[in-house]
Design a protein around this ligand. Sequence first.
Ligand code: SAM
Length: 436
Amino acid sequence: MEYFETNVPPPIPEDFGTQARVELCNKVLTDWTQTPPGDDPYLKNYAAAMLQFHNTAGPIYDTTVAVLTARPDMGASHLKTLEQRAMQKQIIALMGEDYPAALGDTEADVHKWLDAIASVRADPERFDEWIYDIHNQELQTNVPYRGDCLEAFLSMANDLGRLTTGNIVEFGCSQNLILKRHARKLAMGADAPMEHYGPNDTDVPLPHIIRDGGLHLQATAANHQLIRQPVPFGYGVGIDSKSPAAGRDWSYNSVYPSEFANKARMTDVHDLIYSDYSNNVGFYQADVTDFDLASFHESFPQMRNATDVVFICTSAYLLPPEKRQGVFDLGIEMVKGETPETNGFLILYDNCMRVAMDPTQVNFFSDWQSVPYCYHFYVMDTRAPEPIWEEFYMSPDTRANTVRVGNGAILDKNGTPHKVWDYMMDMAVDLSYLKK
Ligand SMILES: C[S@@+](CC[C@H](N)C(=O)[O-])C[C@H]1O[C@@H](n2cnc3c(N)ncnc32)[C@H](O)[C@@H]1O
């Protein structure tokens, strides 16, 4: 079937900035056809099909140009991911449970993805909604397993005498899954499962710690132990500019195609999204770039000078670059304690890299999906005399199924630094459950 009205190259926008960004968008899709996010084979096929629409004059190409013109803050990976989520929502509405398996994940199946995208394009209401979503929705991933690094970090901080209240704030919490999962784990105690679903079944539970070119069993087991260990939990507040209730269905569909095919994972995400808040998890709707801290403390007085951790998880990359430092300063303000000893931690878990010459700064990338090991878990320990972004963990992508341990350290309650890797190597761990 021929979907393209013409083979004439698309018109080049006059503004060079937009044109360069359109080219970067095509590069993102081309990269996905080789190394798709999360190694998802369905995304390879989606990208191969979408690229054909992008390289041809027509409303899909026009939408990219229009969005890039309307949203100068939006980077290429951001737009292409949002566009994929919005298209997936429409294809799921057409295909239901058959998605994505019926579209296939081999090269010979690309034509089925072309047909599916063409069906959406041919339906005026579906296509309108696709455009509406790209203009109006936020990229709202819901990856509760991103909480694993936070859980491990909290255990270490607790063992080192650095948790005072167990109060946590998350910026850009989407459906608040990370805090809800934290509350669920602590409520379940020793029965809490290690549920971290990867793309493939693996003998060793995820996440895996990689070192010296392979799976490091001792570090993996130590990390699992830290993830499972209970810690004191006072109160958790998730902050987001969108209300969770408004975006539940959008959020539920906002996953990679192969994640959608993983029924156990989707059930778990669904249960967390639709679960009621526990007694000690709350939500506050606000834009963190324009935040009134006094009003926040009026709503949650227990957090004033008593917040151990502000967690900025996979949301800073969505902010306009010139607003990011202000958001980090807000986080630092929130974790200030009554005394320097009770100062807490600002954690940034995102597609960014610390600046080697100035480790108080981080760089973000427009096409982060092409930057290897770009997903970093940085901790700023505000008790330190000169806090820097300490590198704790890094992963090849935002699913963090495999993790490398960085060079970072935190201070214990006496002010002595502990490197995360040394700390893990000193732990006594049981390896028997890792053996087949
Ligand atoms: C990609 S999701 C991440 C969700 C969750 N933290 C996770 O890692 O799974 C990013 C979230 O940041 C929110 N967000 C973006 N800009 C924001 C802002 N200026 N203020 C508050 N929330 C914002 C979005 O609405 C979205 O829910």
